[in-house]
Design a protein around this ligand. Structure first.
Ligand code: DC
Length: 390
């Protein structure tokens, strides 16, 4: 899910976006901070602030260590830096890459960066209220801050048009909790509740993803096939326990894995798995509870990871019809995944290959037949992805 919060300086975007991300288990992306970092880098490099190409070339340069991004000197120049189309184009790519299960905050995140966001908010407040908030933050006289805010609104005006489908909220007389509650009330019920594991993934991913990518020497193909939002079922083969972090790190979505219930038996490990959103399935019997969890996760716009053979196996036989059932019954994109992780040892490489997403249906077949054939089809797709995988 992607929510954008745009609006003028001091409208309360950062506070609201952070609180909302926390509440919904989403990541928080501060696009203004990216422009502020670039401004700090540009000032340190002595760049000409009216040279858009030169500034865009600095887009990957980190600001000097210890820069105070909120300092008045940065605020004064950030509009001059951010108005250049070359700068905006460079930032847009980076912002879109982070727009997965996220709350984005800025000026144009709903109108330009994520035009198909699930929900767009345009937050406003009176100039007096905005100045009072900023003045308290910066410990400066209110009238001075108000002058600078009004000036920055003028300079930012080009970026400051709300998306036509944005919901305007005036935060002037409202507390943070009240604004967050109004936004949450605008979401479909299923989306307003974080799924188990969302918080865990959001917290752990920034550290775990680079670590696992490096440790497992991941070679990833077809990651662009993974839908950035909406319900997804990953259907994979399974060769080693490293498949779990490998698949998690190879693509941006938070995955709820279906795992055999025996795995939860050592209590602390079971608790750890649950924290990551993993849920148990009893094998050899239709497990209604597990299927309900699959359904609820997908209805909530989440993703489920299923190992199609039910356990670790080197070959490509014995696809379980249960995976076919999920593919046929659920309204979700089904992404086949090949994992080449057999005998992984430190130093060796794991290959992950994603196929294009597909939807499956019964198409007039008997249910059992449709499930079986879909599972076999998926297994064949995984096998051919495996053969092409790095
Ligand atoms: O939200 P902020 O005050 O940290 O933003 C700093 C500046 O960055 C703001 O004056 C305009 C610019 N900005 C922008 O042009 N587009 C965005 N999406 C976010 C910020």
């Amino acid at each position: 899910m992607v929510i954008t919060i745009d609006g003028p300086a001091g409208a309360g975007k950062s506070t609201i976006a952070r609180a909302l991300a926390e509440r919904l288990g989403l990541r928080y992306v501060d696009t203004g901070a990216m422009y502020r970092e670039l401004t700090a880098a540009a000032l340190a490099a002595g760049a000409e602030l009216d040279d858009g190409a030169a500034l865009a070339a600095l887009a990957d340069t980190p600001p000097p260590p210890g820069s105070d991004l909120r300092a008045e000197a940065i605020s004064r120049h950030v509009s001059a830096v951010s108005r250049h189309p070359q700068v905006r184009a460079a930032m847009r790519g980076r912002q879109r890459a982070q727009a997965v299960d996220a709350v984005l905050e800025g000026r144009d995140t709903g109108s330009v960066v994520c035009p198909d966001a699930d929900l767009k908010i345009y937050l406003v407040a009176s100039a007096g209220v905005r100045a009072a908030r900023r003045a308290a933050e910066l410990d400066m006289p209110v009238d001075e801050v108000e002058r600078s805010i009004v000036q920055r609104d003028q300079l930012d005006s080009e970026q400051l048009a709300p998306a036509p489908d944005a919901v305007v909220i005036d935060s002037s007389g409202l507390s943070v909790e009240e604004v967050v509650a109004r936004i949450v009330a605008l979401l479909p019920v299923a989306a307003a509740t974080p799924l188990p594991g969302d918080r865990f993934w959001r917290t752990v991913r920034p550290v775990a993803e680079p670590v696992f990518r490096g440790l497992l020497r991941l070679s990833v193909t077809g990651a662009e096939h993974v839908p950035r939002r909406g319900p997804v079922v990953f259907v994979a083969n399974h060769q080693s326990m490293w498949d779990i972090p490998a698949l998690g790190a190879a693509q941006p979505r938070a995955i709820r894995y279906m795992a055999k219930s025996e795995l939860f038996r050592p209590r602390p490990f079971g608790a750890f798995l649950r924290m990551g959103g993993t849920f148990g399935v009893h094998r050899g019997e239709p497990d209604r509870e597990a299927l309900r969890t699959v359904h609820e996760t997908l209805v909530g716009g989440g993703t489920v990871g299923v190992f199609i053979q039910g356990h670790r196996q080197e070959g490509f036989e014995q696809a379980k019809a249960g995976a076919g059932r999920i593919a046929v019954v659920e309204q979700a994109d089904v992404v086949p995944v090949a994992l080449r992780s057999r005998n992984w040892r430190p130093g060796s490489r794991i290959a992950v290959a994603f196929g294009p997403p597909r939807r499956y249906a019964r198409d007039g077949r008997r249910a059992a037949e449709a499930y079986r054939e879909t599972a076999d089809q998926l297994m064949a797709d995984i096998r051919s992805l495996y053969e092409g995988a790095g």
